[in-house]
Design a protein around this ligand. Sequence first.
Ligand code: C5P
Length: 218
Amino acid sequence: MKNIIAIDGPAASGKGTLSRNLAKELNFAHMDTGALYRAVAFEVLKQGKNPANEGDALYGCKALKGNLHNASPLSNPDLRTEEIGDAASKVASIQSVRDFLTDMQRDFANSPPFGFNGAILDGRDIGTIICPNAPLKLYITAKCEIRANRRMKELQSKGLSVTYEAVLEDMRARDARDSNRKVAPLKPAADCVIIDSSNLSEAKMLETALTYAKKAFG
Ligand code: C5P
């Protein structure tokens, strides 16, 4: 069985930080799959196209693929804005966009880069669709108000002026779009472990996840 950890959850649930910390601790390679959808959305908006239109979104997929030979598109800090997050959730509702990105994610999970002991992928449908056979599936969640507060602080630390109310409203809209869409909706896999990060520190999250990793991988 492959050493794969699937981590899903809504925006600002803490899944990204946990994934990075777990990856470091276990020497697993990490893929932030949200960055793929953000990068597609970025290409679409760059051309003044509509992220909710299938043809425009597929244009974004092709533009991203053309750029992936220089690994930088996924670490571009311009991907981390709320505007791109919102557009990402629009392209992510389109089945053909998801199909386009599926192989890339499965290849990474099954053949992580040389030197790593396994792979961690975090996103919305990793445990349900991309890697349904992963030996460990975590679903990280937290109260919407707490996630909005975290996101507000993150944006403010980057010098952006945002209000809590605006961030909360965006967060609710994105949660609703991700959870209610027809294709690959955000939901916990039947056999996942659910961790509520509302009142857990980063260190406690890591400790908890490591306990489950030990059980899954020995
Ligand atoms: O995780 P992040 O906020 O960067 O993801 C941006 C958007 O991409 C999400 O709101 C979601 O709509 C979409 N996404 C997805 N499936 C994934 C990862 C992200 O639909 N595996």
